[in-house]
Design a protein around this ligand. Structure first.
Ligand code: ADP
Ligand code: MG
Length: 349
């Protein structure tokens, strides 16, 4: 059992007792053998949280457990944790094998043994035949793999990543995130992974923790966070969403202009908001009774889908349609209705 657990952890930098909290009493678990991402905008406390798990920062209050052991006051060396940073900083004067074997050598492993295990770790990340190269003789993606091998060779109970892919171009980012996920699953690693990129989080996670200003805004599986955001913030952060003011009725339904929705949770009558994913709109023929009348203002063909901008009584509405067989032209009249998925009622404030 190598799971991680945070209980009511706070962090205040500096000595001023009234200084701002970077992390405000968060609790969550990373179950052993699974990958949790901590997702959120810049400055929300992701790195601080990860560094507290690593033991590189001490928690101001609360407790951190690893494998059931209270590690709150332990230093990084006593936690059996490896961390991979955004700037993965390989030693420039050491070749690939030496870079990967460095941590082992530091902990007293003999040179030949370290090289052997380094070679094994490099094979594990798909980098074979580059042993003698210097970092400057490698591509960005290859350097990334060396950094990953360097973290893995120590066989840590817990592996931490802080925006490991943000220096890579888009294609490589996709490739590397798939490899990190495959490796994590193959070796059953316990991983906490920080990113500000929601698509990266959706792609690699068992669990996503969305942070906002030092608190957890919501946690859940990728599906739960994308399909059932509980706030406007999470709806907007987990993907595109348009948010409309709406009214919860006494009968429990929600009125969005002429549309009636049945919220998943009971809501008190009064003002609410409805967050709608662009793919949740269904486009019907003009003049359909129970729908939102709409006039197409602009259309864009994106290869595998169309993007439509409609004018409606609710204001502009952005729609993504994968129906490639009957494209609409600007000026077309239609009726919009909402699918059951991709629509969330969230608090108004
Ligand atoms: N060493 C530090 N000293 C003082 N304040 C810090 C320090 N590191 C981070 N902060 C502050 O803590 C907050 C959270 O920062 P951080 O955890 O780095 O956020 P993120 O990784 O989500 O961008 C920010 O307001 C940041 O300015
Ligand atoms: Mg950060």
């Amino acid at each position: 059992m190598n799971g991680i657990e945070l209980r009511n952890v706070t962090k205040r930098y500096g000595t001023d007792k009234n200084g701002p909290l970077a992390v405000k009493g968060i609790s969550f678990e990373v179950p052993a053998g699974t990958l949790t991402t901590i997702l959120g905008p810049s400055g929300c406390g992701k790195t601080t949280t990860l560094r507290m798990i690593a033991g590189l920062e001490s928690a101001s209050s609360g407790s951190i457990f690893m494998g059931g052991r209270d590690v709150t006051t332990l230093g990084p060396a006593e936690r059996n944790v490896s961390m991979m940073f955004q700037s993965y900083a390989l030693f420039p004067h050491m070749n690939v094998i030496e870079n990967v074997g460095y941590g082992l050598r530091m902990s007293g492993v003999k040179k030949d043994e370290a090289a052997l295990r380094a070679r094994g770790a490099l094979k594990g990340v798909g980098l074979v035949g580059f042993d003698e190269r210097l970092p400057s003789e490698l591509s960005g993606g290859q350097q990334q793999r060396v950094a990953l091998a360097r973290a893995l060779v120590l066989e840590p109970a817990v592996l931490l990543f802080d925006e490991p892919l943000s220096n890579l171009d888009a294609r490589l980012r996709r490739e590397m995130r798939e490899e990190i996920r495959a490796l994590q699953q193959r070796l059953k690693l316990t991983v906490a992974y920080v990113t500000h990129d929601q698509s990266e989080a959706l792609a690699v996670s068992d669990q996503i923790i969305v942070m906002d200003h030092g608190v957890i805004a919501q946690r859940g599986t990728p599906e739960q966070l994308y399909a059932r955001p509980e706030s406007e913030f999470v709806a907007g952060f987990m993907g595109e969403a348009m948010v409309f003011p709406a009214t919860a009725q006494a009968d429990g339904s929600v009125a969005l202009g002429p549309l009636r929705l049945q919220p998943r949770h009971a809501v008190a009558p009064g003002a609410v908001k409805v967050a709608v994913r662009p793919e949740a709109w269904e486009i019907g023929a003009a003049g359909t009774a129970a729908g939102l009348p709409a006039t197409l203002r602009k259309a864009a063909y994106l290869g595998s889908f169309y993007e439509y901008g409609f004018d409606t009584p609710l204001g502009p509405v952005f729609v993504v349609s994968t129906d490639l067989s009957s494209p609409l032209a600007a000026g077309a009249e239609a009726t919009l209705s909402l699918a059951a998925h991709g629509v969330s009622v969230v608090p108004a404030a």
